[in-house]
Design a protein around this ligand. Structure first.
Ligand SMILES: Nc1ncnc2c1ncn2[C@@H]1O[C@H](COP(=O)(O)OP(=O)(O)OP(=O)(O)O)[C@@H](O)[C@H]1O
Ligand SMILES: [Mg+2]
Length: 280
């Protein structure tokens, strides 16, 4: 896949800086050397390769930078004025922070689902059609809306009330509606920041099963506080912690690997302590 991420009017060639390494199974190479909010060093020394059609979980104590790193991946942090970052973020080998790249195009390829379900106050149908209309979708809108709701596992529950307001749904249904909205525009990556933390256990399991189905088609990165959830859904897991040794509170990547390895045979003592609940 060669995503088209350039700003309008940007030269067609040469392509923005590409990695020369063969990483055909990797969708995203995220390398954060230093990430600041103003003068505050929020994250340092964190490199993660996110594999295609896999689920990668970010775990770690509160404030270690999980959401910050996730938001870097689709340039959502650009919306925070004090944000700056030194490192490299390659999406299919293309540096998405290159000056020629259009952040809005990045977000079309790399969608996001938030912690609090956030349907727009409009009909269920219009919620899903929203991004398609924005992108002037040329195909059959109703079919695309139906297909997206089916993929999000919500169709059967809403097919007779598509005109109802999205906010009239239950929390778990609202989150699936947000997933339908995110996948309607066919992104290739879905970023999910604690997508189940506002949901009950049944709705949580439904979303987890959905993630496992969706990974056939999408690459997924998920932040979770729930370690059982990471072991249930994630192929690979990144464990972050907070370094307070220099007086600040800076997040950094402690260990990254197969989920089985991280939870059954962690290489780092700190990982062992975290997964055994010695600190949180
Ligand atoms: N917009 C912002 N402006 C300034 N500092 C921020 C901003 N967002 C996050 N931070 C700081 O960056 C650090 C990492 O925050 P982040 O939200 O990424 O942590 P987290 O691991 O997602 O935590 P949690 O598990 O509580 O959601 C924290 O110290 C936080 O206070
Ligand atoms: Mg967070």
């Amino acid at each position: 896949m060669t995503p088209n991420l350039k700003k309008k009017g940007a030269a067609e060639t040469p392509a923005p800086s590409r990695s020369d390494t063969d990483n055909s199974s990797v969708a995203i190479q995220c390398k954060i050397d230093e990430l600041y909010y103003g003068d505050f060093l929020a994250v340092r020394d964190s490199s993660i390769n996110i594999r295609k059609n896999q689920i990668t979980a970010f775990i770690g104590p509160s404030g270690c930078g999980k959401s910050t790193v996730l938001r870097c991946i689709n340039r959502m942090n650009d919306l925070i004025r004090s944000f700056r970052f030194r490192g490299e973020l390659l999406f299919h080998g293309i540096n998405i922070y290159d000056s020629e790249i259009d952040p809005v195009a990045v977000r079309r390829y790399i969608g996001m689902v938030f912690q609090q379900p956030n349907p727009f106050s409009m009909s269920i149908y219009d919620n899903v059609a929203f991004g398609l209309r924005l992108n002037r979708y040329k195909g059959r809108l109703a079919e695309k809306v139906e297909q997206s709701l089916k993929r999000a596992g919500l169709w059967d529950e809403v097919k007779d009330k598509l005109k109802n307001n999205g906010l009239s749904l239950s929390g778990g249904q609202q989150q699936r509606l947000c997933i339908a909205r995110a996948i309607a525009t066919e992104p290739s990556v879905l970023l999910m920041d604690e997508p189940c933390s506002a949901l009950d256990p049944i709705a949580t399991r439904i979303i987890e099963e959905l993630m496992l189905e969706l990974k056939d088609k999408y690459t997924i990165a998920i932040v979770t506080h729930n370690m059982q959830q990471a072991t249930r859904v994630a192929d690979e897991t990144a464990f972050f912690s907070v370094d307070i040794s220099k007086g600040g509170r800076t997040g950094y990547l402690v260990e990254f690997g197969d989920t089985d390895q991280i939870f059954k045979a962690p290489r780092e003592e700190l990982t062992q302590k975290y997964i055994s609940g010695e600190f949180s």
